[in-house]
Write a protein that binds this ligand. Sequence first.
Ligand code: PLP
Length: 393
Amino acid sequence: MAHKDPSKFKIGTQLTLLGRNPGEQYGFVNSPVYRGSTVVFKSMDDIEAGRARFAYGTHGNPTIANLEDAWTALAGAAGTVMAPSGLGAISLALFASTKAGDHVLMPDCVYRPTRNFCTGILEKYGVAVEYYDPMIGAGIEKLMRPNTSTLFMEAPGSQSFEVQDVPAMCAVAKKRGVKTIIDNTWATPIFFRAHELGCDISLEAGTKYLGGHSDLLLGIVSANAATWPALRSAYDLISILPGPEDCFLALRGLRSMHLRLKEAERRGLEMAHWLKKRPEVLKVLHPAFPECPGHEFWKRDFTGSSGLFSVVLDPRYTRKGLAAMLDGLELFSMGFSWGGFESLVTPFDCAEYRTVTVWKPGGLAIRLQIGLEDMEDLKADLDQGFERLRKNS
Ligand SMILES: *Cc1c(COP(=O)(O)O)cnc(C)c1O
């Protein structure tokens, strides 16, 4: 049984069907892991003509291709490539869309390693990178120059959660012939239909909700029909691929991704509402909350929220108090990344790197990823943490 057109089904059904074909796998439900460098040809004719679906391991293999094809269907894209990390996906998308002499627009709220890639690599290769206020909307047109090639977006912002007006910005970019890229890690195609809303390239860290278990690194870059040939060509030239085991794990993650995301949404919202009522919390930065910048765009353009958000603490609390709170937590660990089964918390200060907007949230800020632990246990952990915060501030 192979379904030629899973797209006629609803998303949960699609996720059970995509990227596998039992008829070609001796009936086994899941596709096998293909490892390999060399691919052999049947004849001199074939090798001279390069007649093969995969001519060599650097062009991918059936395990990677299954994941690519599944994602293309899920994202409503024309094609997808897989990178060995989310940051690898970002660099690939930018390599595919820029050349020396170009001008690139980046939101000031962008994931910090993206900024580091721009400074350390793009600028070195003669690409001018200009940062913009993420809430600029259609006003982005004023920053466009004749040599602007790429408009990069991220919604919501990595730590600060501003939601950008993506359709308005894409409309301006399209009119000016500028390619648009969005980092869609937070919402995934399940909650944000990037290509349908006008983005040429949508990328994300499969490390987060696709993997879902903090046990792999993976990057995903999908493109619409107009942009796909350039993306695939850059990919084949650079040839930085994920390992097939990681793609196998990602295909496994794909089957339950919508369930995990919906649960992450439910838990994230419950915890955000609980935190909002705490006297220690000044404000909650969660796109589903009206005080989050761009909340109206989230309401209009997204069909859900995931389990990552930030809170700003009341200004009376000190760094020492926060350290006592975080150091003593039993269930929330301090660590980067998110989207796994375990709860995480990180302190952050965007003022360290912002260049065109001012980050002054009014108190110390922390970012939370709500995992699959019991909600009462998690609240009790934070409750005791707040007590340490109060006592040590
Ligand atoms: C984590 C993350 C990335 C990078 O993913 P890695 O696989 O960790 O390199 C990119 N963008 C956003 C928004 C992320 O949160």
